[in-house]
Design a protein around this ligand. Structure first.
Ligand code: NAD
Ligand code: UDP
Length: 315
């Protein structure tokens, strides 16, 4: 059995964070979950609360935190465009001040720290699939910039703390991930389409639906997080974590309608500004360094996600 560690997960009551907390507890670690419940929910971690090695702290990472842990997974940040654009100044503060506070904490207590970065650092990419060496194509003044530039600045801070203070860092660039524990009102495409299909509402495809995304099931991603955290200290990333299977948004809509047996119609709403036209991770680095690649096919992951939303909606 792995050595027992004290592990802090910021954003731990959100979608990815709740799965990560559960996995770390299963592995025998002490888990401190920190969240301000902006987009996360107590429901996601309610089943973990009785666990003797689980602790929950309501806290906003834009303020300093004083705790003693061995490892930090920094996930706190709204991830859905509708939520991160709701209060864009707060989104940048969460990414940047949150990173400074968690890096400062890691420096003081000599903890290893992983950043949940994003494929959004590549913006609307002009090379395809995206490799880690690509510097990206981001509009710094558009509506997505609070998130994209916030995450880019957080990466900068991670690497400066590494160079300047010898901090042990890991940077994961996460591509679109889906699964149970996404909020009904999350607003991202997989949860929107499933909820709409189950309720018999119109499926809202933005634009023509020819834009592409690559969808990773949450269990695969969490496995990637844990393997990345376990790499030797001289390995920092950034490392792409995502499923290379690429689909158009229209294909996703049709798949969800078929799999739910829904009578919903597809409608076309305006395409949001700066919506990336294509996105697919090159995961060569993850294959080489951590021997990782996603195991879950889109339809298999959708079966589990649809079952979760059926239950949550009481259908
Ligand atoms: P989520 O919105 O479900 O989770 C984010 C969590 O952070 C929520 O519980 C929220 O309440 C919390 N939070 C937000 N601001 C906070 C603050 N100031 N202080 C403390 N807690 C705060 O989203 P998610 O999909 O679970 O994303 C988790 C992380 O992974 C985010 O950093 C996100 O940018 C990154 N990421 C996710 C994806 C994906 O497809 N799921 C893709 C790329 C990057
Ligand atoms: N999208 C859509 N309908 C929705 C929600 C999203 O067509 O109800 C599209 C969105 O325009 C984007 C893609 O689906 O092209 C993925 O959007 P999401 O918000 O899930 O994540 P993004 O990758 O854009 O951050």
């Amino acid at each position: 059995m792995a050595q027992n560690k004290r592990i802090l997960v910021t954003g731990g009551s959100g979608f990815l964070g709740s799965h990560l907390c559960a996995r770390l507890l299963e592995a025998g670690h002490d888990v401190l979950c920190v969240d301000n419940y902006f987009t996360g929910s107590k429901e996601n971690i309610r089943h973990l609360l009785p666990h003797p090695c689980f602790e929950m702290l309501r806290h906003d990472v834009t303020f300093p935190l004083y705790v003693e842990v061995d490892e930090i997974y920094n996930l706190a940040c709204p991830a859905s465009p509708i939520h991160y654009q709701h209060d864009p100044v707060q989104t940048t503060k969460t990414s940047v001040h949150g990173a400074i506070n968690m890096l400062g904490l890691a420096k003081r207590i000599k903890a290893k720290i992983m950043q949940a970065s994003t494929s959004e650092v590549y913006g609307d990419p002009s090379i395809h699939p995206q490799v880690e060496s690509y510097w990206g194509n981001v509009n710094p003044i558009g509506p997505r910039a609070c998130y994209d530039e916030g995450k880019r600045c957080a990466e900068t801070l991670f690497f400066d703390y590494h160079r300047q203070h010898k901090l042990r860092i890991k940077v994961a660039r996460i591509f679109n991930t889906y699964g149970p524990n996404m909020a009904i009102n999350d607003g991202r495409v997989v949860s929107n389409f499933i909820v709409q299909a189950l309720k018999g509402e119109d499926i809202t495809v933005y634009g023509e639906g020819s834009q592409t995304r690559s969808f990773c099931y949450v269990d695969d991603l969490v496995e990637g997080f844990i393997r990345l955290m376990g790499t030797p200290d001289d390995f920092t990333g950034p490392m792409n974590l995502g499923n290379p299977g690429e689909f158009t948004i229209l294909e996703l809509a049709e798949t969800v309608i078929r799999m739910t047996g829904s009578s919903s119609r597809i409608v076309h709403n305006p395409l949001p500004q700066d919506d990336p036209t294509q996105r697919q991770p090159d995961i060569t680095l993850a294959r080489q360094v951590i021997g990782w690649e996603p195991q879950t096919k889109l339809e298999d992951g959708l079966v589990k996600t649809i079952a979760f939303f059926r239950q949550t909606l009481g259908l």
